[in-house]
Design a protein around this ligand. Structure first.
Ligand code: AMP
Ligand code: GLY
Length: 438
């Protein structure tokens, strides 16, 4: 089998790396650090399976176009990808499916939005309805700041048409969790839960980024919690999609908050998370290409086999990220890291510089990823490797997976049982609807 991975970041490198255990892989467009990268567009490539990484081509209907040309595709059509492409539509699906989520309303009028904000206790959350590359969400304790953000978004200044409608939510509190599930249109199997670190600075400080690191498994997210997420969120969502005529084949990624009332869905993504894929995929054993091909064909069988141990990825960034990054710096130390036990470096933003040397080509440059017997070992291997890599202005978080690696096994089990026993809040469609969104 030949598989074509569509995309150009660390997630696509991780996909290519794991798929190439059992199959030939090309990546389009890929980047200078991903083996098998080609510049030919996906529509012109020949492959038995297409795996689409990023949200933009999914929302734009690339999966539909490839399927219309008779190709097998892992990734939803534009109808299913709308879960990620319109937060209002996603919230309507959740409401109809009875899935616990934050109270919300959707608005294209600033006055109605202000009235809804005034009815919430705060913190306040303002989101662009459309895609905003992970940057369209404001969480604030200040109602005035939320109102100013609504006006700016609705005016189209910062986010263009994606912001001309906003979704306003009550702010929820708790640790976050990413659950990625593989769907074949009717059957769905979860992958082990992961956790992303979104803020740029240690201790979750500074602005939000596309993700500064991730780890898997998450100690407090054991089988009981994963079952609860499947039963209360993912399965009802897929049933509601089917009811609406959507044949969803690909990853359904639930971004969850583990609140005192139980897990609630913050967002759905229509794809593998980045950088979650970099820690989840290496922990899958066996023929991952076969797993994705069977989902694409609508006949998912069995469960993904999990490798023992844990995986941690640390994202190395350019100076200036998450603002405008400086690019073009020589990357040193990759040869030294190549021989380290358990370590793989996924390339997110590298390009070929003068003389063919690899240079920085974006904000998030490398994902230094390590497997270990447990999180503590995976984490220390990843950081030992990261320390050998350098370029001017390189920065990364030093606390990825730090708390989880310290968690004792007994605490873990207690937390999992408590999280799953806690009854989800009664957030039926009528209650979750802000009243102004029909
Ligand atoms: P989203 O793109 O919807 O996942 O939002 C990005 C980030 O904003 C999430 O990972 C959370 O950290 C935060 N966030 C989103 N919705 C809420 C909410 N209702 N309450 C608190 N934080 C939120
Ligand atoms: N890790 C967040 C995302 O992929 O959207």
């Amino acid at each position: 089998m030949k598989v074509c991975v569509v995309g150009s970041g660390g997630r696509e490198h991780a996909l290519a790396h794991v798929l190439s255990r059992t199959t030939e892989v090309v990546v389009t467009p890929g980047n200078a650090g991903i083996p098998g990268s080609v510049s030919t567009p996906p529509e012109e490539l020949d492959a038995e399976l297409f795996v689409i990484g990023p949200e933009v081509p999914l929302v734009d209907g690339l999966a539909d176009r490839l399927r219309a040309a008779g190709k097998a595709v892992f990734g939803p059509g534009a109808d299913g990808a709308r879960l990620e492409g319109s937060k209002r539509w996603m919230k309507e699906v959740l409401a109809d499916a009875g899935v616990p989520t934050a109270r919300w309303g959707a608005f294209d009028d600033a006055e109605a939005a202000s009235a809804f904000l005034a009815s919430l206790p705060g913190p306040f959350v303002v989101k662009t309805d459309g895609l905003a590359a992970g940057k369209g969400v404001l969480v604030t304790d200040s109602r005035a700041e939320a109102e100013a953000d609504v006006r700016e978004k609705l005016a189209g200044d910062a986010f263009g048409d994606a912001g001309r409608r906003v979704v306003i939510e009550e702010g929820l509190a708790g640790p976050e969790l990413s659950v990625l599930a593989v769907c074949d249109g009717s059957r769905v199997v979860p992958l082990p839960a992961a956790r992303d670190h979104k803020r740029v600075g240690d201790g979750d400080t500074g602005p939000n980024t596309g993700g500064m690191g991730a780890y898997c498994p998450v100690p407090e997210a054991g089988p009981a919690l994963l079952d609860a997420v499947m039963e209360r969120a993912i399965e009802p969502t897929l049933a509601e999609l089917r009811r609406r005529g959507v044949d969803y084949r690909g990853v359904l990624y639930a971004g969850l908050m583990l609140t005192a009332e139980g897990p609630k869905v913050l967002e759905y993504n229509a794809r593998f998370g980045d950088p979650e894929a970099q820690v989840v995929l290496p922990l899958l054993e066996g023929d991952v290409a076969g797993l994705l091909a069977s989902a694409a064909a609508g006949r998912l069988e069995g469960e993904p086999k999990l490798a023992p141990g844990a995986c941690v990825t640390v994202v190395l960034c350019s100076e200036g990220y998450p603002g405008s990054p400086r690019v073009g710096d020589n990357i040193e130390g990759l040869e030294e890291v190549a021989g380290l036990v358990g370590v793989t470096v996924f390339h997110a933003g590298t390009r070929a510089g003068p003389g063919g040397r690899l240079v920085t080509g974006g904000g998030r440059v490398l994902n230094v990823t390590a497997m270990g017997a447990d999180l503590a070992q995976a984490r220390s291997r990843a950081y030992a490797a990261a320390a050998k890599i350098s370029w001017p202005g390189l920065h990364y978080r030093t606390d990825i997976a730090a708390n989880a690696a310290d968690t004792k096994a007994a605490d873990t089990k207690a937390a999992d049982t408590k999280a799953a026993d806690t009854k989800a809040a009664d957030t039926k469609a009528a209650d979750t609807n802000g009243g102004n969104n029909k």
